[in-house]
Structures are given as structure tokens and as C-alpha cells.
Design a protein around this ligand. Structure first.
Ligand SMILES: *Cc1c(COP(=O)(O)O)cnc(C)c1O
Length: 378
């Protein structure tokens, strides 16, 4: 049997080896060093922001971004229910309450109409919404034009969770450059990886300085260890930043490979009734991080789950779309404004192998396995 084929494995090779080895030989093994500075500068230039702070994870970046916006106990932070738990967890770390908004059916991104309704209701009730955290689901930028206009109308800052969307754009502007600040993730399964890491991006110099300060144990600039705030150990190591620099030089190539994978699935499922490629036809501004299908079993005659089981027997990984936060036991009782779309996508969606490290042989194996699902897909 073939080696297990994963949905999105790290895509690293000789270039990454060279960068990490050079960093190690330079003697900068500490969390901080010239590769961290260079990685921040290169990413800021790529995304088009003035400040970047490299951190130990995307979750850490969300946590410090929220703290930097002054979010704390008693506040409400509005965020989509259709996301990875890290977005909602970071809100809870600050002591604030997450308030979940359902999504558009086609993109899976936070629905601006529901957002406006929720903000209006909270505003009338005299409740304080301290931040809005939109999420660019699976590499498609949210409608920032609509969402930032609504946020501005209420004077609420936006912290954009661009963990999945590095390389995507909205009206020609890069994901990661919207709102007061944005965050990226370089976790092992993301479009580019530092093995584990994240970044806060912003044009706000004070926010960047404050984030650096909190990420390095909130040390005061004196000779002894002096602390007036509670700090965190959230900086990215210099070795991992070197890995990130190598990956960033290859980002466009990795996006192109993932895009080709999307096209392969589009062709494969084009004539299959009841199956759509998640995200809609209009994907030229996406980064193609992951490709999922949405299966209407009443039309197809089979479920996403059945295809997933068939793939697993061929040693191929696949997974449902994110389970919405309002359905998670950890967030039972959280308030939400729902339209049923996130739950519908969760029940019908299946994410397929999408990584840029997939070899031609592996792609053939995936396509072959899907084709043997029967006359259902041919
Ligand atoms: C991956 C991810 C995160 C968390 O990033 P880590 O680097 O794994 O901490 C946050 N939000 C979303 C939407 C993600 O997909």
C-alpha cells in the first residue's frame, strides 16, 4: 500500500535545509536574531504593511493582538462560528466573551448582514463589543470592504485572522493587511511553515512595539529584570525564522501547485451531480490553501462521509470542514447569530489532499482512488 497521503504536509527541501543550517552556524540559536528581523521585514514587504512581529504561533499572535486592542474581561469579541478553535480560544484567553456569527453559504466566510444585525442588537442593549475578528476561511479573503465599513460604523477595531490566507487578496490588496492588525500562522499544515510559528502584521507602530514587549516577558528596559505587566514567552526562534525565510521565497510556487490541485479536483468532479468545489467558481484571488467539496447527498446518492471512508481505505487523508464553534462542547452556551449555513457546510463538506508537496504519483493515487469510488464519480 502507498504511504499515507496527507491533506497538507509541510513542503520543505534543500533550500530550507540551507537556510536553517546557516542560521545554526551563525550562532543565533536564541529566540531573536538576524533571521527574525529579516523574516519580519521580508513578510511586511510581501504583505504591504509597515510592521511585522514574529511569534511562536498564530494563536499567540491572536492573543497578543486582542490584548493590544485593549480586549479584556467583560468585553465581547465578535467572530465567525466557521473557524478553527484557535480564533475563539484566544478570545477566551483575554477573559472576553466570543460571540459567533454564521457564514455565507458559498464562501463560508462571516456573513456581513448577520454581523450588522448582531452589532446593532448588542449596541442597543448597551453591551461593549471590543473587537471583530473575521477569518479568511481556507484561503479566501473575507469581504473586507463590507466588514470594515460595518466595523467603522460602530467604531470597533478589526483584528483579521489571516492564518489561512497568506498570498490571497481582496480587491488587489493582500490578506494580512486589513484591519487594525492581522495575524498569520506558520503551523506545519499551513501554506508555508516555520514548523510552528505566527506573526502579527500592522501599520500601527505602537501596537507592534507593545506586542514585542508582551511577547518577551514584558521586561522593562533596565539592567535587572523589572516587570510592571504580565508578559508572555511568545517570540519566534531565530532557527525557525530562517526556515520561514526560505519558505517565503517559494510561496508563489507553492500557491501555484495548490491551485493546480484545485483545478484537478474541479475537472474530476465537474460532471458529478450534487458535488461542488467549496468556495465557488470565483477563486482567482484565493491562495488555494485547501480544496474541499460540498456534497448534496440527496442529489449525488452518496455522502461526504462515505467518500472519506473510501479514501481512508486507500490510505488517503480527508476531513470535514471546520466543526462550527457554536456546536463545540467547549463553547456551549456562547451567544451566536445563526442562519444554519456553517452547520450545513460542516455536514456536507470534505477537505481533500491539497498540499504543495504532493508528488505526481501521489496526485495520481488520489485521483485514481476517487475514480474507483464507483460509477458515482468517473
Ligand atoms: C491555524 C489557525 C490558527 C492558529 O494558528 P497556530 O499557528 O496553529 O496557532 C488560527 N486561526 C485559524 C483560522 C487557523 O486556521
Amino acid at each position: 500500500m502507498n504511504k499515507r497521503i496527507y491533506m497538507s504536509s509541510p513542503d520543505v527541501g534543500e533550500l530550507e535545509e540551507r537556510y536553517v543550517l546557516a542560521a545554526m552556524r551563525s550562532g543565533w540559536i536564541a529566540p531573536l536574531g538576524p533571521d527574525v528581523d529579516a523574516f519580519e521585514a521580508e513578510m511586511a514587504a510581501r504583505v504591504g504593511v509597515t510592521h511585522a512581529v514574529a511569534l511562536s504561533s498564530g494563536t499567540a499572535a491572536l492573543h497578543l493582538g486582542l490584548l493590544g486592542l485593549g480586549v479584556g474581561p467583560g468585553d465581547i469579541v465578535v467572530t465567525p462560528t466557521m473557524t478553527f478553535a484557535a480564533t475563539a480560544n484566544a478570545i477566551v484567553y483575554t477573559g472576553a466573551e466570543p460571540y459567533f456569527i454564521d457564514c455565507e453559504l458559498v464562501t463560508g466566510n462571516m456573513d456581513p448582514v448577520l454581523l450588522r444585525e448582531a452589532l446593532e442588537q448588542l449596541y442597543r442593549a448597551g453591551e461593549k463589543v471590543a473587537a471583530i475578528v473575521p477569518v479568511d476561511l481556507l484561503g479566501k479573503a473575507v469581504n473586507y470592504t463590507a466588514i470594515c465599513a460595518i466595523a467603522d460604523g460602530y467604531g470597533i477595531p478589526v483584528l483579521a485572522d489571516a492564518a489561512e490566507s497568506l498570498g490571497a487578496t481582496h480587491h488587489g490588496q493582500a490578506a494580512g493587511s486589513f484591519g487594525r492588525a492581522s495575524i498569520l500562522s506558520f503551523n506545519g499544515n499551513k501554506i508555508m511553515t516555520t514548523s510552528g510559528g505566527g506573526m502579527l502584521l500592522t501599520d500601527d507602530a505602537d501596537l507592534a512595539t507593545h506586542t514585542r514587549y508582551l511577547a518577551t516577558q514584558a521586561r522593562q528596559p533596565v539592567k535587572h529584570y523589572e516587570h510592571t505587566d504580565i508578559g508572555y514567552n511568545y517570540r519566534l526562534s531565530n532557527l525557525l525564522a530562517a526556515l520561514g525565510r526560505a519558505q517565503l521565497t517559494r510561496l508563489d510556487g507553492m500557491i501555484a501547485r495548490r491551485r493546480a490541485m484545485r483545478e484537478t479536483y474541479r475537472d474530476l468532479f465537474a460532471a458529478v451531480p450534487g458535488v461542488e468545489i467549496f468556495g465557488g467558481e470565483n477563486d482567482e484571488n484565493d491562495n488555494f490553501w485547501l480544496t474541499s467539496i460540498v456534497v448534496d447527498s440527496a442529489v449525488s446518492g452518496w455522502t461526504a462521509d462515505e467518500l472519506s471512508a473510501h479514501l481512508l481505505l486507500g490510505n488517503i487523508e480527508s476531513r470535514p470542514l471546520w466543526k462550527p464553534m457554536h456546536l463545540q462542547p467547549a463553547f456551549a452556551g456562547a451567544r451566536a447569530r445563526l442562519n444554519g449555513n456553517a452547520e450545513r457546510l460542516f455536514r456536507r463538506g470534505l477537505t481533500l489532499p491539497s498540499g504543495s508537496a504532493l508528488s505526481t504519483t501521489q496526485i495520481d493515487q488520489v485521483v485514481g482512488r476517487i475514480s474507483t469510488f464507483g460509477s458515482r464519480v468517473s
